[in-house]
Design a protein around this ligand. Structure first.
Ligand code: UD1
Length: 367
């Protein structure tokens, strides 16, 4: 038995960094040997480096530098590049986060190398297989040895897909640990001043392929945002995906819309914490607004995070319903749930760490 085989974490894109930081920290506090691999799926400084600094993530052992490409190219590039690294470091377990292409690619390689796979944020389902993330989630869950879930509904989905209950643990939401940890450092006034807003304002993030890839749909999104900007100033930290299409359809042609570069974690959540309302198609922001008590309008047909509707501030909406909903928020007619999702308490990283160490013990014992 070799107890020194490290726990290997794989991150690639913004939402991964926020979930991984508390788990790495908790395992570090427990003296675990760890290796962090960055796939390089996100590579711009504003999409990656600033998150490492804000979240106190350690320097990655290696950056695979895969960059952008089609889904097949990106997934294949991560697979080919990560296999020799997992062998070189003699991984004792692989921990993957969320649902991005890097998550699937790494899990697939580790499984075939007989390295136990841990999936943090398992079991979320939008039931929309047109979303690349839904494909990634379902496949990763099938091949994971330990599935760490953020909300009880995930256990139901996994059970229906034939995944044994003994592989599933309800640990809460490590993304919320990051929010709690940095909350004291939020500086809404400063970030609002930099973005040129004061008083009431909206924050918008739009980057889903379903909203930005097709120019006709992008034009409808832009029209909706202009109607919202008729009501109050809107700040849009613009993700590189869709930037060209949204600008070509006239996004910037409204005097109350402020288009800014993508923000770091602390800067972005500072802005959100001061906002009147958020309009988004993101996954994680539905959760963060729930904890910050900021009304969240999600412009998608489905959500893999229904707990943010039953226990938070989130509502799903068609584009044409958004301006009226914003007016209702501004009139104080929006009544979010008084409940908070269970175990979103700032200690999920510690529970993840305990479960991962138990898995390693079991795996070492059976070697
Ligand atoms: C990915 C995730 C998505 C997540 C999002 C968070 C998948 C399938 N999707 O989407 O679930 O919500 O990250 O941001 O993994 N680009 C840059 N600089 C970068 C990274 C990307 O300019 O640092 C541009 C490139 O033009 C690239 C495009 O953004 O083609 C999309 O990047 P990609 O990694 O393919 O997916 P995201 O849309 O970022």
């Amino acid at each position: 038995m070799n107890v020194e085989r490290p726990i290997v974490h794989v991150v690639g894109a913004r939402p991964n960094f926020v979930k991984a930081a508390p788990v790495l920290r908790a395992l570090h506090e427990r003296g675990a040997a760890q290796v962090l691999i960055h796939t390089g799926q996100h590579y711009d400084s504003a999409m990656s480096d600033v998150f490492f600094v804000d979240l106190g993530l350690p320097e990655p052992h290696v950056n695979l530098g895969v960059g952008s490409g089609s889904h097949a190219q990106q997934t294949a590039a991560v697979m080919a590049a990560i296999e020799p690294v997992l062998l070189e470091v003699d991984a004792g377990a692989l921990v993957v986060y969320g649902d991005v292409n890097s998550t699937l690619a790494a899990a697939l390689v580790a499984t075939k190398l007989s390295i136990p796979v841990v999936h943090v944020e398992a079991g979320l389902r939008s039931f929309d297989m047109a979303m690349p993330e839904e494909v990634n989630r379902r496949l990763v869950d099938q091949i994971s040895d330990l599935l760490l879930i953020t909300s009880p509904d995930a256990a139901v989905h996994l059970g229906r897909e034939g995944i044994a209950e003994s592989r599933v643990r309800f640990v809460g939401n490590p993304m919320i640990d990051s929010l709690f940890r940095l909350r004291e450092r939020f500086t809404p006034d400063e970030v609002m001043r930099d973005a040129g807003v004061a008083g009431s304002f909206a924050v918008t993030t739009i980057h889903r392929p379903s909203n930005v890839d097709d120019p006709a749909r992008a034009a409808e999104v832009v029209e909706m945002l202009h109607r919202v900007a008729d009501e109050l100033p809107v700040v849009i930290p613009l993700h590189p995906r869709g930037r060209a299409t949204l600008l070509a359809t006239g996004l910037d042609r409204h005097s109350s819309l402020r288009i800014v570069d993508p923000m770091g974690y602390q800067q972005f959540l500072s802005l959100v914490s001061g906002a009147t309302v958020v309009v988004t198609d993101s996954g994680g922001i539905q959760e963060e607004t729930t904890m910050l008590d900021v009304p969240c309008i999600t412009v998608r047909d489905s959500t893999e995070r229904p707990i943010t509707i039953s226990h938070g501030t989130n509502r799903l909406m068609d584009l044409d319903a958004v301006p009226q909903a914003v007016r209702e928020v501004m009139a104080g007619e929006w009544r979010p749930s008084q409940h908070r999702p269970p175990l979103w308490d700032g200690h999920a990283g510690e529970r993840c760490a305990e479960e991962i160490l138990s898995l390693l013990d079991r795996s070492n014992a059976s070697r």
